[in-house]
Design a protein around this ligand. Structure first.
Ligand SMILES: [Zn+2]
Length: 320
């Protein structure tokens, strides 16, 4: 009998990667193409189709593809469309599911944004297996999130629910890419960490190698490495980052009462540097009825997490 597999596609700003994954999380075959090569979305989809078919060819006797899941920036689940994604070449509304249907008329196709896909990936394959209420926070260049309540991802009335990165945590605070000021992601993200490191340099006299690094060349990883070596500018940067995140999470806990909050992505790899101040400030600010109840955990998804998330969307939607 053929093995049931889902095709997960992750559309990133630079690369589009895809993989075939079974229900147990076995990663069976994969491929990738450049996202930005084609100005015309139709040319991009043709190349993606050819690459998928090429990858599938040696496995046709073995795989029964049951559906396609796509994670994409600004992916709207209800419309199956990418809407005004700032990091992609196609800036208007792209009805991606309908366009993919021309290549795969007999397969169910689902689309959501990358953070929502990560949340479903955590639920189907990761640390949130069996949990009905949790929050997934993805920390990259920005801050993404997916909220699962009563076992279902919250999409909201328009498909864009769960934008934790754009709650305002500091009125008139740092300028955000969304056009407003003081959003959480301007503090808690790779770029937020960089901005905070400079703030700490201005505030304190501690010697630090970070002072020699120009802003454009600094990375959150450099700040993390410096903190692990005892650099006080870097240590204070992570304390501040954790404080901002912990306070925001305390507010989120009051809304969905999650069993756990998962942190995913580059910054989450800083481990205790980020987890300890986040947990402390979450507990300091949470309503008493929630005290010491909510677990703060690292994501169990690691390599190929975005593809896992996209594939998990298929199993979740088909309730398999
Ligand atoms: Zn914003």
């Amino acid at each position: 009998m053929k093995k049931q597999v889902a095709l997960g596609i992750d559309i990133g700003g630079t690369n589009t990667t895809f993989g075939f994954i079974d229900r147990d999380g076995n990663y069976l075959a994969d491929g990738n193409i450049q996202t930005q090569k084609h100005e015309d979305i139709n040319d991009y989809l043709k190349e993606l189709y050819m690459e998928i078919e090429k990858t599938l060819d040696p496995h046709r006797q073995e795989f029964n593809v049951i559906g396609i899941g796509i994670g994409a920036p600004n992916g709207n689940y209800y419309k199956g469309a990418i809407e005004f994604a700032p990091n992609l070449r196609w800036h208007d509304v792209i009805p991606l599911c309908d366009m993919m249907k021309e290549f795969y008329p007999n397969l169910p196709i689902f689309l959501t944004n990358d953070a929502n896909a990560a949340a479903i990936g955590e639920m189907v394959y990761g640390g949130a297996k069996g949990m009905k209420d949790f929050i997934m926070v993805t920390l990259g260049t920005g801050l993404g999130s997916g909220f699962v309540a009563n076992g279902q991802l919250i999409y909201g009335s328009d498909g864009f629910a769960g934008e934790l990165g754009h709650i305002i945590v500091s009125p008139n605070g740092r300028q955000c890419g969304c056009g407003r000021n003081g959003c959480l992601e301007t503090y808690v993200s790779a770029t937020g960490v960089k901005r905070t490191a400079y703030k700490m340099m201005a505030k304190y006299n501690y010697p630090s190698d970070l002072r020699l690094v120009p802003f454009n060349e600094m990375t959150a990883k450099m700040v993390c490495d410096a903190a692990l070596k005892g650099d006080m500018i870097a240590i204070n940067t992570f304390k501040y980052t954790g404080k901002m995140l912990g306070e925001a999470l305390a507010n989120m806990v009051a809304i969905t009462s999650p069993e756990a909050i998962f942190l995913f992505g580059g910054l989450a790899k800083a481990g205790d540097l980020l987890f300890e101040p986040t947990k402390d400030h979450m507990e300091m600010n949470v309503l008493k009825i929630f005290a010491n109840k909510v677990k703060l955990l690292p994501s169990q998804l690691d390599k190929n997490a975005a593809i896992y998330g996209a594939a998990a969307l298929v199993w979740n939607e088909l309730k398999l």
